[in-house]
Structures are given as structure tokens and as C-alpha cells.
Design a binder for this molecule. Sequence first.
Ligand code: SAH
Length: 204
Amino acid sequence: MIESQLKRRGIRDERVLVAMNATPREEFVPIDARVLAYQDAPVGIGYGQTISQPYMTALMAQCLELKGDEKVLEVGAGCGYAAAILGALAREVITVEIVPELVAKARDNLKRTGRDQNVRVIQGDGGHGYLPEAPYDGISVAAAAPEVPSALLEQLRDPGVLTLPVGSRDDQELRVIIKRDGRIHTRVATLCRFVPLRGGEGWN
Ligand code: SAH
């Protein structure tokens, strides 16, 4: 996975590669899907949701340019895998998940793999961010939105980086939004297809 899926496609951040290498992805997929844990694609985790393709998790983490002392917000914990990766790269991670069963699953997976020390799973609509812990040095959204949710931009520190898929239900671009000196810069990292964001900032 590290060589053929990540390095070959341009993941260069050594800390990201180390974190991906040190995190047992098979512990975050359902037991009957373990043989698929390292395939180059998303895997179903129930409730109509997926664990993202490894490359996408690595790319999103790389886009945040974490050095180790950041507080990070993730929207859409799913099974908790990306949160575990972010936890290995930052000081503290808050991850918000809207499906109660997945909140429990993510907490369980993080605890079992010993990654629950600096990662907290909150149940709620992460489209509104998580105000009690704001501002965040980095925000990573794992579900597609029609527009950039304004609460997320507001809860992003200056300087800070927000990465999220924006577009239609079927096709999106992964945007990297950098807030610096009171200004917003946006670039597109790749085209992508994520599960749709639910709740108030999603499609009705
Ligand atoms: N981060 C995961 C990917 C999970 S898929 C990984 O490690 O691979 C996206 C997740 O976002 C799903 O679990 C879905 O339930 C959740 N989600 C969708 N809309 C949400 C919302 N408004 N707030 C919080 N979580 C949401």
C-alpha cells in the first residue's frame, strides 16, 4: 500500500507515510471485509458508509501539512481510521460523526488500537463544525458538500488549512482552503467521489 498506492501517486510527507505504515487498517474495517483492508479502493463499513481509499486518506492528511502541535477537526469519523492517522500527526483530534452506531464503532476501534489518547469522537452534525473546541489548525471533511459550510471556515484558525470535497452528489473536487493573514486561498488537490454529507449542510 505504501509503495504502490501512496508513494507512486505522490504522497511525499514522510510523517504521513510513517503514520499510514504504523496504523493497522484491518482493525478499522468490518471483520468480514478484512481481506479487502489494503485494496486500492473504499470499503463498505455499513450504514451506507465507507472507509475511504487509503490514497485519499493520505492525500487529505498531507494537504493539512501537520507538524505535530495542531488541534484538528475531522467531520465524518466513520470507522475512525482517518482520525487515527490524524492523531498520529497532530496533538489533538476531535472527530464528529452523525451516525450513532459509527460513533460507537469508531470509539471502539480507536480504543482497541490504542489510538484513543488524543482522539475524541463526538456525535453530531459536523457540517456545523464543533464550536466548543474551536478554533482548529486543520479541518478535514470526509463527506461531500454542495458548498463550503460557513461554520467550518469560521472555526478554522488563521493560519489554518481546511480540506473537503465540494461539488455535486456524484462528482466533487477535493479543495484545499488556506486561511492566512485574514485571506482565503483555494486550490484543487484532485477530483474525487465521496459519500454525501448529511445534516443541515448537505443535500436535502
Ligand atoms: N473518515 C472515514 C470516512 C468515513 S465516510 C475514514 O476513516 O475512512 C464519511 C462519514 O461521514 C460517514 O461515516 C458518515 O456517516 C459521516 N457523515 C456524513 N455527514 C455527516 C455530518 N453532517 N456530520 C458528521 N458526520 C457525517
